[in-house]
Design a protein around this ligand. Structure first.
Ligand code: TRP
Ligand code: ZN
Length: 872
């Protein structure tokens, strides 16, 4: 296996173009034959043809019908090289595959008796030798031949041409995709599947057939995905004027899938956990995720498929933009303020940690070892923030103008993030030269805020200074162009007029300042009293704010800010300050007492009858262990845990009656409803129950137990199960075994049972997890099983970093075991070691010992190797 890095600066356009490709698949039980006929053009004089191909068995290679002799081509581990070709020719390649033995789940593989493909990023080269790069786009015609009984459904991209009965128990389907595409968007499915159907009429009046496929018996759980698809299609027409461009849109749910879902043209393939849902089997969070991922994949049809990537370094061009689009869609479907809080939580928990760790990289990276490792929080979530900042700077109207320009310029092309930035900036008369540093510089910028008020002059001065910590290969940073939405409040919480020559009002009526220098000062005039600053509203930039605001201001904003994001942000900041003190006291062996002022403010929130329940649920969250791990100097899992439970139980003790009132008010109300409002009620009452459970009193445990047994939906059942699973009560084992017995044959649901046990804070969690890896329901080749048990455990900061256990060694063993079968899945587990530099010396040594052990394994994949070797 090659271990070198590839560099963006080495990019060279392809030396050949492909007019069209014809792919014939003959599927048998023990092998699959693929014949690929491509109409090729050599566009560079004398260039040799180098086709990508990995783990392929080549049967024959022909040019214009004549088989090549063995001295006319050369085969290496990763390429088929033909030194000399005509200028224009037909290339015919026959390969033989064994999908039933493909455990990497890229290329063509078999899941649960269904043949399916995953080609992004570089899986097509496991199907046939080809120019496997996104800037080679071509037209596809596909035939699939298979046993008619075993594989009645035969799908590929584009239009269904016909299906032929071959008479011998076999049949053959013909497909043609009218749109040119890169090979990473190719897809094929062959299996015995159930289906649900609906239609959507586009704004120009075309009728599109919509189909969602799943294994027989599960198709009735596909209706929520279908509804989500129709909502997405409508939203993209209304918001961006983008219409669907084929007669059919298909979604197929598959049990074994490395990622969430894949946007193959006209034929999306989904991890079944992101398709199948009904209220018995799926939680409110599942319903929400399904809606957003269905939307995400649908939106790729324009941002990714019609306009695609020039090379993989540009991945954020489609992913950042499409995440931004799905976040905006979710905001419109639910509650904009709450959605923003959730998106920022995810960004900070995952991406900020990544950007502060050993694998920090820019949104548009410059080098990599494994292309698959590009699918990161930075490319997706920070990439989305970069797009959002563009929209903030030019306003929504301006952004729409830029998007229209982007499609006008680049439809049908393979382009770069530079092209996108130009399409947004130019029609809006903006200069994004400095702004584009967001694409090129890694690390989370820090903005320091200092305030001064001059009573005599009536002037308020805001001084800002930006810095950015050094990151791998980037010791020094140039200043970023940072849009900062803000307001000033008077002492009653009313917005004050912003009298400052540097304030801008964008077309959405939002006040913002654009920080471009390292240090800048902003003077606001005509203020008779000291104003209270509300800064970084809606989290208008992905930065860390260092703002030593007085406590009075923080409490004031928590109660009164007109920006709901900031109200919750202030609650988080106050919670964080308090936890920080508790952690320090725990480490010094001092008693942990809770600041009364904070308790009073939280209690007031709990008692606030006017506050929207879903927003209240967000206000009541206290910073997670993952956030503490970023904010604290040392990752001391025991101190974190004690600080958090001390605070949570104090809140519960103080508000026992009120929390019970909330619980009873919303419990059992519309238990089957999928309305976002009802989701909010349930989130709040289940959070109330979680708080109450900290009291460890029998009355509360009995309520949780009753909720488990009488639950009418999965949200309530899972909440109760999670609570019981984290106790030593007699209820625990009964609930867990009941859940197992009910769902053991349901591949999607049983994963929740693994997660409930992997995420507890009980001391024996590691032993439970070890035992579960040997449980009959756990299959280490199934990514969902691995993620829900092992990755969930790796993210369990308290128990993964418990100094009294050998968790690191166990985890390293599992990474090695999985890596040999499926490098992509193994690589996703490696992030558990991202906090190594925060550990105390003894723990750090333990972790590094394991990392070194893994890296020393010669056969370790480049995926895992790239991520691990940077930590040592
Ligand atoms: N393009 C997919 C998405 O974001 C991601 C994806 C699907 C993926 N399958 C993958 C990434 C396999 C890496 C490997 O919608
Ligand atoms: Zn995507």
């Amino acid at each position: 296996m090659k271990q070198e890095k590839i560099y963006l600066k080495d990019y060279k356009g392809p030396a050949f173009s492909v007019d069209s490709i014809n792919l014939d698949f003959v599927i048998n039980e023990d092998f699959c034959r693929v014949v690929a006929k491509s109409k090729m053009n050599r566009t560079e004089d004398g260039a040799e043809l180098r086709l990508n191909g990995v783990e392929l068995k080549l049967v024959s290679v022909k040019i214009d019908g004549t088989p090549l002799k063995t001295d006319q081509y050369q085969i290496t581990e990763e390429e088929l090289i033909i030194p000399s070709t005509p200028k224009k020719f037909e290339l015919e390649i026959e390969t033989e595959l064994q999908p039933q033995h493909n455990t990497s789940l890229e290329g063509l593989y078999k899941s649960n008796g269904i043949f399916c493909t995953q080609c992004e990023a570089q899986g097509f080269r496991k199907i046939t030798y080809f120019l496997d790069r996104p800037d080679v786009m071509t037209s596809y015609s596909v035939t699939i031949e298979a046993d008619k009984k075993k594989y009645p459904v035969l799908l590929s991209n584009g239009d269904r041409i016909k299906i032929e009965d071959l008479g011998n128990g076999r049949h053959k389907a013909f497909w043609r995709d009218p749109h040119k595409k890169p090979c990473y968007l190719f897809a094929l499915v062959a299996g015995d599947l159930g289906v649900i159907r609906d239609t959507f009429t586009t704004s120009s009046g075309r009728k599109v057939n919509l189909e969602v496929y799943a294994v027989h018996g599960k198709q009735e759980r596909c209706w929520h995905a279908m509804e989500s698809l129709k909502k997405s299609m409508k939203w993209d027409e209304e918001t961006f004027g983008l219409e669907y461009d084929l007669n059919d849109y298909m979604i197929v749910a598959i049990d074994d899938f490395n990622a969430g879902a894949m946007e193959n043209k006209g034929l999306n393939i989904f991890n079944s956990r992101l398709v199948l849902a009904d209220s018995n089997s799926a939680t409110d969070v599942d319903f929400h995720s399904i809606e957003s991922v269905v939307a995400h994949e649908y939106f790729h049809n324009w941002t990714g498929n019609r306009v695609t990537l020039r090379d993989w370094f540009q991945l954020s061009l489609k992913e950042g933009l499409t995440v931004f689009r799905d976040q905006e869609f979710s905001a419109d479907m639910t509650d904009r303020g709450v959605q923003r809080i959730e998106d920022v939580d995810a960004l900070r928990t995952g991406q900020f940690a990544e950007d502060a760790g050993p694998n920090s990289h820019p949104v548009r990276p410059e080098s990599c070892m494994a292309v698959d490792n590009f699918f990161t929080m930075t490319i997706y979530e920070k990439g989305s923030e970069v797009i959002r900042m563009m929209q903030t700077i030019v306003g929504r109207k301006g952004f729409r103008k830029g998007m229209d320009e982007y499609f006008k310029r680049h439809d049908g092309q393979a382009v770069t993030t530079e092209d996108f930035a130009a399409a947004i900036a130019e029609p809006n008369g903006k200069d994004f030269t400095q702004f584009k540093r967001w694409y090129h510089q890694s690390g989370t910028p820090v903005v320091h805020v200092t305030e001064a008020y001059d009573q005599a002059k009536g002037e308020y001065t805001l001084s800002l200074e930006q810095t950015c910590p050094p990151t791998p290969n980037q010791p020094h940073k140039e200043p970023f162009h940072i849009p900062l939405m803000m307001g000033l409040l008077d002492k009653n919480g009313k917005e004050l007029a912003l009298n400052c020559d540097k304030i801008q009002v964008n077309t959405d009526g939002k006040n913002l300042i654009e920080l471009k220098e390292r240090k800048e000062t902003f003077v606001f005039k005509g203020l008779k009293e000291r104003p209270v600053l509300s800064f970084l509203r809606e989290f208008s930039a992905p930065i860390n704010l260092r703002w030593e605001a007085g406590e009075d201001d923080l409490y004031f904003l928590m109660e009164k800010d007109t920006d709901s994001f900031n109200r919750r942000e202030m609650a988080q900041k106050l919670g964080l300050n308090l936890l920080h003190n508790l952690i320090a006291r725990h480490r010094e062996g001092k008693p942990l007492n809770i600041d009364n002022r904070y308790l009073k403010a939280i209690s007031a929130t709990i008692r606030d009858a006017d506050m929207d329940p879903s927003f209240k649920a967000k206000m009541l969250q206290i910073p997670s262990h993952a956030i503490l791990a970023q904010e604290e100097e040392v990752l001391d899992s025991e101190a974190f845990h004690n600080a958090r439970i001390t605070l949570r139980s104090a809140i519960a003790r103080e508000n026992r009656t009120q929390l019970l009132d909330i619980y009873h008010k919303y419990h059992g109300v519309e238990p089957k409803s999928h309305d976002p409002k009802v989701f909010g009620h349930r989130a709040l009452k289940n959070q109330a129950l979680h708080y109450l459970a900290e009291l460890h009193d029998l009355e509360i445990l009995a309520i949780a137990n009753k909720q488990y047994w009488e639950a009418q939906n999965m949200t309530d059942r899972m909440t109760a199960l999670m609570i019981l699973a984290d106790t030593e009560s007699e209820f625990r084992d009964k609930a867990l075994s009941d859940f197992y017995n009910n769902w053991k044959n349901d591949s999607v649901v049983i994963n929740k049972w693994f997660t409930a046990q992997a995420t507890t804070t009980r001391k024996q969690t590691l032993e439970d997890v070890k035992a579960l890896t040997k449980h009959p329901a756990f299959n280490i080749t199934n990514p969902n099983n691995v993620y829900s048990l092992l990755r969930a455990f790796g993210a369990n900061i308290v128990r993964f970093n418990d100094p009294k256990t050998d968790a690191y060694e166990f985890y390293a063993d599992k990474i090695l075991e999985i890596d040999a079968k499926n490098p992509q899945v193994a690589a996703r587990l490696c992030a558990a070691f991202n906090f190594v530099k925060k550990l105390d010396p003894v723990m750090k040594e333990k972790a590094i010992k394991q990392i070194k052990r893994m890296v020393a394994v010669e056969s370790l994949s480049k995926n895992s190797r790239e991520l691990l070797q940077s930590s040592i």
